[in-house]
Design a protein around this ligand. Structure first.
Ligand code: 5BU
Length: 480
C-alpha cells in the first residue's frame, strides 16, 4: 500500500510537470470558472507516464475484476487501454464515436460474444456521461458492463450517476487527493485546496447531465409568463398564440392523427375549448376536400385555435416552396403553422418564407425528435438553433425535447411524446408525463395525440391534459 501511494504521488507530480494539470482561472464550457484544468491528452508524448498509468490501473483494480475485454473511451483512454491489453493479454474492444457519420460501419470493433464482460477505461470522469454512453452501446450489443476504471475522478457527481446506471467506478485518485499531493509537495498554494472545494460544491451534475446549479436556475424563457412573452415574439402567429394561450388558459396541442375528415372535424369540436393548437398530418386523410379544410379553418377561427400542419418539410427550398403552395392540399392557404426539418439548411426556411404571401404564418423547426434512436445529434441541434435565431420573424418556435436548448422568450418550444399512461408505443415513440415535459423538458406547448384521440371521451381527456399542463406551466413560472 505504501508503495502504491508513493507511486500515485509520483504520478501526480509527473502530470503536474508535463502540464497535464494546470491551475488558474479557466473558463469551462458549462458552469462556473474552474481553478484547475486537466489536459491528459498530452500524456501520449510521454511514454513512461503512459506505461506507469497503465501499470497502476491494472495493478490497483483491473487485475481483481473478472473480465473478457477492455474498452477505452476515445481518445485519451484508448492508448492506455491498448497498453493494458497488450501487457496483460486481455482482448480489447473499440467503440466508435462517430458511427452516425459512417452509416454502415460497425459500432463496436473487435470480436466478442453475448454475455462477455467488458471493463470500461476512462481518463477523467466528470458527469460520467461518456462512460454511460459507452456502456449503453456495449450493453446494446449483449456485453455485460459493471465496472469502469478511471485515472481521475473529478468528484462532480459522475460516480453517483454511474452507480445509478449500475456501473461501479474505481479511480486511481480523486481531485481532492490530487490537490493534497501537490500541496504537500509544495507545488501549489494551500489556498487552492479551498478554491477547489468551493468549485466542486457549485459544479455537481444531476443525472440528466445538467449542472444542479443550472437546474435550480431556469433560463429566462422558462420563468417568463406567456403574457409577457407575447410582447417579445417577432413572429405574428407566435404573438397570437401566446395571447390565446393566456385567454383560454391552455398550452395543449392535440395531434389529430385520424384518416377521415368527418372524424377530424368531430374531434376538433370536442377538444377545441381546451387546446391552443390543432395539429394535422393532412396527407393521411383519405377523403380530403377543399370543403373539409374550409370547414376546419372556419371552426378554428371561431374557437380561437391555431392550425399546424406537421408536414416536416425537408427538401431544397424550391421543392419545399411547391410542396407548401401547390398540389392537392395547398398547405400555405390554410395552415397557420408548419413544421420543417433543419437538415436541408436555411434554404428550406426561405422556400416557405417567400410563399407566406403577406399572410400571418410561421414555422416550427424540428430540433430534436421524441423517437428512439433518432439521428439528431447535439451538433445538429446547435446548427439548427442558429437557423432559428437568424430567422426569428419567420420561425415561431422549435420542436424539441430538452429544456435548455432554447432561452429566447419570444420563441415557443413545442414538445411531442406526451401521455399519462404509457412510456412507449412499440414503434419507437417515447412518452413523458405532462408535468415532466413542461418542467424537466421545458415544453411551452405539449403535443398529445393518442393519449386523447383514441379515448372514449376525447373532450374529457383533453380537459385532464389541459389542466395538468397548465398547472405545470404555472408551477414553472413561479419557479418553485
Ligand atoms: P402521439 O399519438 O401522442 O404519439 O402523437 C404524437 C404526434 O407528434 C404525432 O403526430 C407525431 O407525428 C408528432 N411528433 C412526434 O411524436 N415526435 C416528434 O419528434 C415530432 C413529431 Br417532430
Amino acid at each position: 500500500m505504501a508503495n502504491f501511494n508513493e507511486d500515485v504521488s509520483n504520478l501526480v507530480l509527473r502530470l503536474y510537470e508535463i502540464e497535464a494539470v494546470k491551475f488558474g482561472n479557466f473558463k469551462m464550457k458549462i458552469g462556473a470558472n474552474s481553478p484547475v484544468y486537466f489536459d491528459l491528452r498530452v500524456i501520449v508524448s510521454h511514454p513512461s507516464i503512459m506505461k506507469k498509468i497503465s501499470d497502476l490501473l491494472y495493478d490497483f483494480s483491473i487485475r481483481n475484476i473478472k473480465c473478457d475485454h477492455l474498452c477505452g473511451v476515445p481518445y485519451t483512454a484508448l492508448p492506455i487501454a491498448s497498453i493494458i491489453s497488450a501487457n496483460n493479454e486481455i482482448p480489447m474492444l473499440i467503440r466508435r464515436k462517430e458511427t452516425k457519420d459512417y452509416g454502415t460501419k460497425k459500432l463496436i470493433e473487435g470480436q466478442f460474444k453475448e454475455g462477455d464482460k467488458c471493463i470500461i477505461i476512462e481518463d477523467v470522469i466528470t458527469s460520467g456521461s461518456s462512460v454511460l454512453e459507452t456502456a449503453k452501446d456495449l450493453r446494446a450489443h449483449g456485453l455485460e458492463v459493471t465496472d469502469a476504471v478511471v485515472l481521475l475522478n473529478r468528484q462532480q457527481g459522475g460516480e453517483q450517476i454511474l452507480s445509478e446506471g449500475n456501473i461501479k467506478v474505481k479511480s486511481l485518485f480523486t481531485m481532492t487527493e490530487l490537490i493534497r499531493i501537490l500541496v504537500k509537495a509544495g507545488k501549489i498554494e494551500p489556498t487552492i485546496e479551498k478554491m477547489v472545494e468551493e468549485y466542486l460544491k457549485s459544479s455537481q451534475f444531476h443525472s440528466s447531465g445538467i449542472l444542479i446549479s443550472d437546474l435550480k436556475k431556469p433560463n429566462e424563457r422558462l420563468i417568463t409568463s406567456f403574457e409577457s412573452r407575447q410582447h417579445m415574439a417577432s413572429n405574428p402567429v407566435a404573438k397570437n398564440l401566446f395571447k390565446l394561450m393566456c385567454e383560454k388558459r391552455t398550452n395543449l396541442c392535440v395531434a389529430a392523427d385520424l384518416t377521415s375528415s368527418s372524424k377530424i372535424l368531430d374531434l376538433f369540436v370536442k377538444v377545441a375549448p381546451y387546446i391552443c393548437i390543432f395539429k394535422t398530418h393532412i396527407d393521411i386523410v383519405e377523403d380530403y376536400t377543399d370543403e373539409f379544410i374550409n370547414k376546419l379553418t372556419s371552426l378554428a377561427k371561431e374557437q380561437n385555435v391555431v392550425l399546424m400542419e406537421d408536414r416536416k418539410f425537408g427538401d431544397i427550398g424550391n421543392t419545399v416552396a411547391l410542396q407548401y403552395t401547390s398540389g392537392i392540399y395547398k398547405i400555405a392557404n390554410w395552415a397557420d403553422l408548419v413544421t420543417v426539418h433543419a437538415s436541408p439548411g436555411p434554404g428550406v426556411i426561405k422556400g416557405i418564407k417567400n410563399n407566406m404571401a403577406n399572410r400571418e404564418r410561421g414555422i416550427f423547426l424540428v430540433i430534436e425528435m421524441s423517437s428512439e434512436g433518432n439521428l439528431l445529434t447535439s451538433q445538429y441541434r446547435e446548427a439548427a438553433m442558429k437557423m432559428v435565431l437568424d430567422e426569428s420573424e419567420t420561425v415561431a418556435g422549435i420542436v424539441c425535447q430538452s429544456r435548455d436548448v432554447l432561452s429566447s422568450p419570444g420563441i415557443i418550444q413545442l414538445t411531442p411524446g406526451v401521455q399519462l399512461n404509457a412510456s412507449k408505443d412499440g414503434l419507437g415513440q417515447n412518452y413523458n408525463s405532462p408535468e415532466d415535459v413542461v418542467i424537466k423538458r421545458g415544453a411551452d406547448i405539449a403535443v398529445v395525440g393518442r393519449g386523447i384521440i383514441v379515448s372514449e371521451d376525447p373532450a374529457k381527456e383533453a380537459k385532464i391534459y389541459r389542466d395538468k399542463l397548465w398547472e405545470a406551466y404555472e408551477k414553472r413560472i413561479s419557479n418553485k
